[in-house]
Design a protein. Structure first.
Length: 316
């Protein structure tokens, strides 16, 4: 096991023990055992510091909003940073908790707060780094989120196929902010170079125009469907599920925001059993006609394996 794998293992153990706390509080045997194991894992984690990239991104700008080496237009800086920071906070919450609502507050979004820690010169830059946090895992979460968001923005400037694959790796709530980000760059006649860890990309005005067109042309169609098959399980850690339909398809995706942990624990009793899954199916289509389908599990009911069921029932 590598150092990174060992660190992730310890983190998962601590998270699971934290989840057990409400169920062991007051128990004469279970509570001290749980506390002892959590303290031991935390002590071991402290002896294995993070070895990955720091949570840091630098955005370099040239073009109309930049005035040589003197500075950058403050209004432009505020407008271009706003959608970027929203993407980071949304994806951070979705990554940490496995889910995030379509609107409203995002759990622990304050941990994704970034600070303006530098103003690199040349093409004028804005360096953003992790703010203070008491969470042991915040830096690693935030570092991976910054890479994912940077990759999403880079893919928008490449091709429809690259872009739709990158969209698969982020929360749907991020989608709209991508267009906002590139619209600010396009309207302000700015060019961008962005660097996060080892990942770097650069877009000039034609590239930004293409990225804006690609991000703005995304179309999504949602519908609810009932699919019979076999439930293959779900994880509270990632808030994801797997389901094998009677037609031979393997469907996987996120559990619904509306489900509680108790709901999912109840669902787990149906693992490997014949069920009917109520799914929200979301089809995302790019301007070039590439379609990607995502699934969200809304509900799960047991069924008689001898009872015939249609392959999928669509609910309007």
């Amino acid at each position: 096991m590598t150092k990174r794998e060992n660190r992730r293992f310890l983190q998962r153990q601590i998270v699971e023990l934290e989840r057990l706390k409400p169920f062991t509080t007051g128990h004469p045997l279970m509570e001290p055992l749980r506390t002892q194991r959590e303290e031991a894992f935390r002590a071991e984690l402290a002896q294995n510091p993070a070895g990955g990239s720091e949570a840091r991104t630098v955005l370099f700008f040239t073009g109309k909003p930049v005035h040589g080496s003197q500075g950058i237009d403050a209004q432009f800086a505020a407008e271009v940073l706003s959608p970027f920071l929203e993407m980071v906070k949304t994806e951070y919450s979705a990554t940490k908790h496995g889910r995030v609502g379509e609107r409203g507050p995002r759990k622990d979004e304050h941990e994704a707060r970034l600070m303006l820690t530098g103003l690199p010169r040349g093409s004028f830059g804005l360096e953003l780094s992790e703010g203070p946090s008491d969470d042991l895992f915040a830096e690693e979460h935030l570092s991976s989120v910054l890479v994912r968001v940077t990759d999403l923005l880079a893919s928008a400037g490449k091709s429809d196929e690259d872009f739709v694959h990158a969209l698969d790796r982020v929360s749907p709530r991020v989608y709209g902010r991508v267009g906002d980000f590139f619209k600010t760059l396009n309207d302000s006649q700015a060019n961008i170079r962005m660097q996060t860890g080892d990942l770097e990309f650069e877009l000039d005005q034609p590239g930004i125009s293409q990225a804006l067109s690609r991000a703005s042309s995304i179309q999504t169609v949602e519908e609810q469907i009932d699919v019979p098959g076999v439930f293959r399980g779900a994880t509270l850690d990632t808030w994801r599920f797997d389901f094998h339909s009677d037609t031979g398809e393997t469907l996987n995706g996120r559990l619904s925001e509306g489900l509680s942990e108790a709901d999912v624990v109840s669902m787990l009793t149906l693992t490997t059993k014949q069920c009917v899954a109520r799914l929200k199916q979301t089809k995302t289509t790019t301007r070039g006609g590439i379609v990607r389908t995502r699934y969200e599990l809304l509900n799960l009911t047991a069924r008689d394996p001898n009872q015939s069921q249609p392959a999928a029932v669509v609910h309007s």
